[in-house]
Design a protein around this ligand. Structure first.
Ligand SMILES: Cc1cc2nc3c(=O)[nH]c(=O)nc-3n(C[C@H](O)[C@H](O)[C@H](O)COP(=O)(O)OP(=O)(O)OC[C@H]3O[C@@H](n4cnc5c(N)ncnc54)[C@H](O)[C@@H]3O)c2cc1C
Length: 427
């Protein structure tokens, strides 16, 4: 049988010790079968196991193999499109519910870390950095918008204030989200997997779901076994491929790339980011970066529509890093990797049911560390019969990409080019 290891990355190289779980080689029965051991699947599994459900998770590769083990590690509140987009898309009541949940994912992560003693280098504080007055205006509007939903942890930074936080003279200001922050993403996933197992959940690695028999008693098949469950949770996101055609038809996998420098001299690391906050800029195709616990700069950016894996990641991301921090000219890059997130046309997540016993959430479109933790919770609630919050998300419209399967990649790339040009021109 093929064995899929973690792709080489700084996170895989610095992962906490974790067992290799054996593949499924039998016919199992469970209350819930979860497909995918990323944050969505682990969060749903953990909430359900806490409620006494028997949970089996099938993972095609390793726990956190997908975006959850490769991301920038930034705890970003709200969603990839902000609450004003939500307000334009659904009824007042549903917008109110979704808005009230926009800051819950970060709380869930912190609660998991504390409750299960997960070692994943949590640091508080995330910065949104603006290049233009238009972006600054947008950040001020975002602060007012979040305050309408009761969130008062954003602080506006003028040019002097942001320079105290980031040693980069390209920004004209920004905001600090005191309850943003950062983590070692793979270690968070590994800790959540261990927590799930401590409650009796079973995770099978190297166990790709290859067929689903839908119906009143659904069955998920892998190459060597099967799971009979009362409920299924589909959480394969950008790595799901064509297993569920209706989910593939309305979303598009996209790649984004990350590099990690060698550990920086303590003084240099402190000069770059004295408060150790993470940063993302406000461009449509944004850069994001932070320090690791061992003082590497972890720098990500760029989007490959359609999730092509670029041949030389360093040559794409290093120039972006040097534009932000020319001080790092002589610093070595020790790791580079790529990962896929799932884009939707609205850039809001797609949540729903297939029949009455299969639940899914996908497509958080770039910002998913917090949302996926929330998604697990609302799926668990819905499965237990409390579906009000799940249904609010499910009411967000799911649009197919224009151009269908053939043209969605070039059309999206063209759209991104247009928005990047606007960013560059400051309009
Ligand atoms: C490089 C990168 C940087 C990012 N940075 C940030 C960031 O800093 N902050 C932020 O908020 N968001 C970030 N994101 C987005 C965020 O990481 C994702 O939204 C989130 O991790 C998605 O979690 P998930 O569980 O839905 O999917 P994934 O983590 O991708 O998990 C899906 C899992 O399902 C498994 N799977 C798929 N199909 C099957 C099958 N048929 N059978 C069994 N298993 C299957 C896969 O192997 C995979 O492990 C980033 C994404 C990437 C790629």
């Amino acid at each position: 049988m093929p064995h899929t290891p973690y792709p080489p990355s700084f996170y895989a190289a610095s992962a906490n010790p974790a067992p290799e779980r054996p593949p499924l080689r039998e016919s199992k029965h469970a209350d819930v079968c979860v497909i995918g051991a990323g944050y969505t699947g682990l969060s749903a599994g953990l909430f359900l196991a806490e409620q006494g459900y028997q949970v089996v998770v099938l993972e095609a590769a390793r726990v956190g193999f997908g975006a959850s083990g490769r991301n920038g590690g930034q705890i970003v509140n709200s969603y990839s499109r902000d609450l004003d987009s939500v307000e334009r898309s659904v009824s007042v009541n549903e917008a109110r519910l979704i808005g009230a949940m926009a800051f819950e994912g970060g709380r869930i992560i912190r609660d998991r870390i504390t409750r299960y003693g997960i070692q994943c280098d949590l640091k508080n504080g995330g910065v949104f950095a603006a290049f233009t007055h238009k972006q600054m205006h947008h950040l001020e509007q975002q602060k007012a918008l979040w305050e309408r939903y009761g969130y008062d942890q954003l602080e506006v930074l003028d040019q002097d204030a942001i320079r105290e936080i980031v040693a980069c003279d390209r920004y004209i200001g920004g905001t600090l989200d005191k309850l943003g922050g950062h983590i070692h993403p793979l270690n968070l996933a590994l800790g959540e997997a261990a927590a799930l197992e401590s409650l009796g959940g079973i995770i099978y690695e190297q166990s790709q779901a290859i067929r689903i028999d839908r119906g009143p008693a659904p069955v998920v098949h892998t190459a060597q076994g099967s799971v009979h469950a009362k409920f299924l949770v589909i959480a394969g996101n950008a790595y799901l491929g064509g297993l569920v055609p209706e989910l593939a038809a309305k979303s598009m996998p996209c790649g984004t790339q990350v590099i990690a420098t060698e550990p920086l001299d303590g003084d240099l690391a402190h000069r770059l980011l004295p408060q150790d906050y993470c940063v993302e800029d406000c461009n449509y195709l944004l850069d994001y970066y932070r320090l690791s616990a061992d003082k590497r700069l972890i720098y990500g950016g760029g989007v490959a529509y359609g999730a092509r894996d670029p041949a030389d990641i360093e040559s794409i991301i290093r120039p972006k890093m040097l534009k932000t921090f020319p001080q790092l000219q002589d610093v070595k890059i020790e790791y580079s990797w790529t990962g896929n997130f799932l884009l939707t046309l609205s850039r809001l997540p797609q949540v729903g049911r297939l029949g009455d016993n299969i639940y899914y959430s996908q497509g958080c479109s770039g910002h998913g560390v917090t949302y996926t933790h929330l998604a697990g919770k609302i799926i668990a609630e819905a499965l237990r019969g409390q579906a009000e919050r799940f249904d609010a998300f499910a009411s967000l419209p799911h649009h197919p990409f224009p151009g269908g399967h053939q043209l969605r990649v070039p059309l999206s790339a063209l759209g991104a080019l247009y928005y990047s040009l606007r960013d560059r021109l400051g309009i």
